[in-house]
Structure formats: C-alpha cells, structure tokens
Design a protein. Structure first.
Ligand code: PDD
Length: 275
C-alpha cells in the first residue's frame, strides 16, 4: 500500500511521522475522511472545500488546493482499492515544542487509504445509542484533530454495548461523537442547524438535499434528548456509517424498535446515487 507523508509517496510499511509534528503534541491540525465507491471519489469537492476551510479556521492559510487534490488523486491512483476510505490530515508543521505558532513553519500533509465495506447489516437492523453530555469546545464546525472528547464519548458507547454516543448540551442534542443526528417527528425531518456546535457533515448535507428533493419537510432546528426518546424515527449519518438507523436510545426503543419508513426511503435514495 502506498501512503503519503510530507512531500513523499512511500510504502505504508515505511511510514513514520516526525515526533515534532505539532499533531503529536497539540493535535494542531485538521483532517478529512473520504469514501471511494467502485473506484470513484464520493463528494470529492465538498471534502476538499471543508478541509481548506477547516485549515483556514486554524490559521493554516497557505494550504494549496492543488496540493491537496494531487495528494488525494495520487493515493487513489497508486493503490488498487475500489472501495475504500481515504484519510488525509494537515498539520501546522514540524517544529520544537512551543504552544505559539513557530515562525516559518510549513503545513505537513499525511494521507493513506484503507479498504472499506459498507455497513449494510447495521443499516438494515438499526443500532442502539447512548446519550451523554457534550462538553467539547465551541468550534465543533472545524474538523480538528483534537478528538479527545469524541474518543472518550465513543468509548462510553462501546462499553455500554452501543454503536454511538449522541451528545447534548443541557438537554439539546448536537450530534454524535463521530456522526450527525437526525429525528423524524410527524413526517418532519429534524437535525441540529449547521453552526459552531456541530460538524456540518457532508453526508448530513447530502441527506438534507435528498429529503428536500423528495418533498420531505425538513427543519434544521435543535431538538432535545426527550424529543429523541419520543421520535417516530431516528438515524445518524457519516461518511463511513452512511445512514444508520437508531432503534434504541439509552435502552429505550425508538417507537416500536423498527427501522423507520422515511429512514429507509432516504437510505434507498442515498444508495441510488452511488451507482
Ligand atoms: N467523522 N460529526 C463529527 C463529530 C464527525 O467526526 C463526523 C465525521 C461527522 C459526519 O461528517 P461526514 O458526513 O462529513 O463524514 C459528524 C469521520 C467520518 C471520522 O472522524 O472518522
């Protein structure tokens, strides 16, 4: 497998990250995960745009779009992976450890690809989730490498035998630890507005587009943990999880515990754009 680090495509077995890379000390960087389906990137431009925006949000202004594109295309071309997930991260650079930005530091790009399988079984059966307090910082719209809260909260789900932790600020649901959260109530699709409290998922945006095009009423409005408990349907979305139905929240069934009809319709619409 061929990967990329700081200017070079190299064999993945030879990948070594510089210990002074600021990602190591500070998580000082941003990242993206992009799906490749049947040899084609899915929502490529959206991911590249978000990466550049995330970088700008943390004052990495000198990231060239063409560099990002050529790394991503290079990884795709040099690896024979038809169905994969490509990871790319951009860090502030390599320098002696100091909190402030080091003078003259250059951004460092790292990227690799893994095979990925669509999670079809869980998409059919649905999953259970737990809820927990969202104590992250107030810039969750940046796809930052600082994921400690997300890691701790994903582990909470795994320990509880659940698939995801749905986070809330004082009872208002924001998003999952690595996904966006949706409910359906009285045929209205509801999800948190895209502001500083959530990552505006590319899958989230695709689902909203598909729903609107299919004449589903959509509300980008905050909903509560109680609304989630009492929802007709619920699901979460991400690049790797696609549209995953939630059938149980904190050990309580969502409605009758079956995958909802609108959720299934959106899954079918999503599938039909992949081929
Ligand atoms: N996670 N919210 C958070 C906090 C996320 O980390 C992610 C993605 C999403 C969904 O975004 P998208 O639909 O663009 O993948 C929402 C990625 C996949 C990850 O960290 O692996």
């Amino acid at each position: 497998k061929i990967s990329y680090y700081n200017g070079e495509f190299i064999n993945d077995d030879d990948m070594k990250v510089e210990y002074k890379d600021r990602a190591v000390y500070f998580g000082d960087g941003v990242y993206e995960v992009i799906r490749i389906y049947d040899g084609e990137f899915f929502t490529f431009d959206e991911h590249v745009d978000r990466l550049i925006n995330s970088a700008r949000e943390i004052d990495i202004d000198d990231l060239e779009r063409e560099d990002v594109v050529s790394v991503l295309q290079g990884i795709k071309e040099k690896n024979n992976i038809e169905n994969g997930a490509l990871y790319i991260q951009v860090t502030r650079g390599i320098a002696v450890r100091n909190h402030n930005y080091p003078a003259g530091v250059e951004p460092v790009i790292m990227a690799y690809i893994n095979e990925a399988v669509r999670p079809l079984t869980q998409q059919e059966a649905g999953v259970n989730v737990v809820t927990s307090l969202d104590y992250r910082w107030l810039k969750c719209h940046i796809k930052s490498l600082n994921l400690l809260a997300n890691v701790l909260e994903k582990e909470r789900a795994v320990k509880a035998g659940a698939k995801e932790t749905i986070l809330h600020r004082e009872g208002t649901v924001t998003e999952g630890s690595s996904t966006n959260a949706f409910i359906v109530k009285d045929d209205v699709l509801i999800t948190h507005p895209a502001n500083n409290l959530i990552l505006n998922g590319i899958t989230r945006q695709e689902v909203l587009k598909l729903a609107k095009a299919d004449n589903v009423e959509v509300k980008e409005e905050a909903f509560s943990v109680d609304d989630l408990y009492e929802a007709d349907e619920a699901f979460f979305t991400s690049t790797t999880q696609e549209i995953t139905p939630i059938v149980q929240v904190d050990n309580k069934l969502v409605k009758d515990g079956e995958v909802g009809t609108l959720t299934k319709r959106l899954q079918n619409l999503f599938d039909s754009q992949l081929n």
